[in-house]
Design a protein around this ligand. Structure first.
Ligand code: PLP
Length: 353
């Protein structure tokens, strides 16, 4: 740290992204990307005319993208704020709504803690139950902003919509942020509650189910007044937050609901194959509604599994939370990648690799 670094941020612990190695070709199952290509309806929009438009600033209102998202989710454009990845939507929420502190689970998306550090918000981590489920009753009347990933990051466990509604209704004077990065892989979205509750923000991303992680697009959906608050933060930070190419891609991708279903169905089917295969090898598998599973070897530590797989060209994620350090988190890949992973694990456990 240089002597110029702000005192206020002394203790800031930045987020550590999953490895994106360039040294060799890995079967990459560590950062929950989609193994399939993005919608062709989306990528076919990239032509010379669009590239020449790069001369101009992008539309700060993201009007076309807002309209597309609004049409698909049955809301109004003024209920939508597109952002540079959903991480930015979350950052705006922390900046706008977390003045009186935040609560989130002890095992969840690691960025929440980082945002508290950056925006100087106090936080409390509420422990998950022993089976890693969220104890809904602990989130009623907390008197602070609630942030929940649903399905939860790291575990893949998903709360039912009625439980989400209990939490939103149980904190009428505080904001509840539901981060639905993985909702398209089998969960039920809380978007339709936004008409009924003025304290709910739902955050989505194009990075996972829509296979556009590199385009960096996400969005918040909420009551019009909350979106106005988030826009106030956005226009105080980066008015042109979504570049014109990504906005065009995302606007088309979101309308291609048939392709979304096709990809999600494939991931869900492969998740069942992977979970079954791991269970047959004696692994403990946390029941997931996301595009990853958290799994624990019967004989090896998480780090041993991670290292053995990496030596054999397969990357998985070793979680940093102490409570799940015996586990590895495995992204759902293609059918072939999943077969290769299961074959490698079998060989590792038989002492052949
Ligand atoms: C991947 C992920 C995000 C961030 O997604 P981007 O849109 O790529 O910034 C947010 N929340 C959770 C829980 C995630 O897993």
């Amino acid at each position: 740290m240089s002597r110029f670094f702000s005192n206020k941020l002394d203790g800031l612990q930045p987020y550590v992204p999953g490895e994106q190695p360039r040294d060799r070709k890995y079967i990459k199952l560590n950062t929950n990307e989609n193994p399939y290509v993005p919608s062709e309806c989306a990528t076919s929009c990239i032509n010379t005319a669009l590239l020449e438009e790069l001369r101009l600033y992008s539309d700060p209102t993201c009007g076309e993208l807002c309209q597309s998202i609004a049409d698909v989710y049955g809301v109004e454009p003024q209920n939508v704020l597109p952002t540079n990845g959903s991480d930015e939507a979350l950052a705006f929420c922390f900046a706008a709504f977390c003045g009186n502190g935040v609560v989130f689970p002890d095992v969840t998306y690691g960025f929440y803690k980082v945002f508290c550090g950056l925006f100087c918000a106090e936080y409390e981590q509420i422990p998950l139950n022993h089976d890693f489920t969220v104890e809904v009753s602990k989130y009623i009347g907390v008197g602070r902003t609630v942030v929940l990933a649903n399905p939860n990051a790291q575990t893949g466990i998903c709360l039912q919509l009625k439980d989400i509604e209990r939490i939103v209704a149980g904190n009428p004077d505080n904001i509840v942020v539901i981060d639905e990065a993985y909702i398209d892989f089998g969960g039920e979205s809380a978007v339709r509650l936004i008409d009924k509750y003025d304290n709910l923000v739902v955050v989505h991303t194009f990075s996972k189910s829509r296979a556009l992680a590199g385009a960096r697009v996400g969005y918040a959906i909420a009551d019009e007044k909350l979106i106005a608050d988030l826009n106030r933060v956005k226009y105080s930070f980066n008015p042109y937050n979504v570049n014109s190419i990504s906005a065009a891609l995302a606007s088309r991708a979101v309308r291609d609901t048939r392709y979304l279903k096709e990809l999600s169905d494939r991931v869900i089917a492969t998740r069942a194959v992977l979970s079954r295969g791991l269970t047959e090898l004696g692994y403990t598998v946390v029941p997931s509604l996301a595009n990853f599973v958290l799994a624990k070897s019967p004989t090896m530590t998480g780090e041993q599994v991670y290292c053995a797989l990496k030596q054999n060209g397969i990357l998985v994620r070793l979680p940093s939370e102490p409570r799940i350090s015996d586990y590895v988190r495995i992204t759902i890949g293609t059918e072939e990648q999943t077969d290769a992973l299961l074959a490698a694990l079998k060989a590792i456990h038989n002492g052949e690799l």
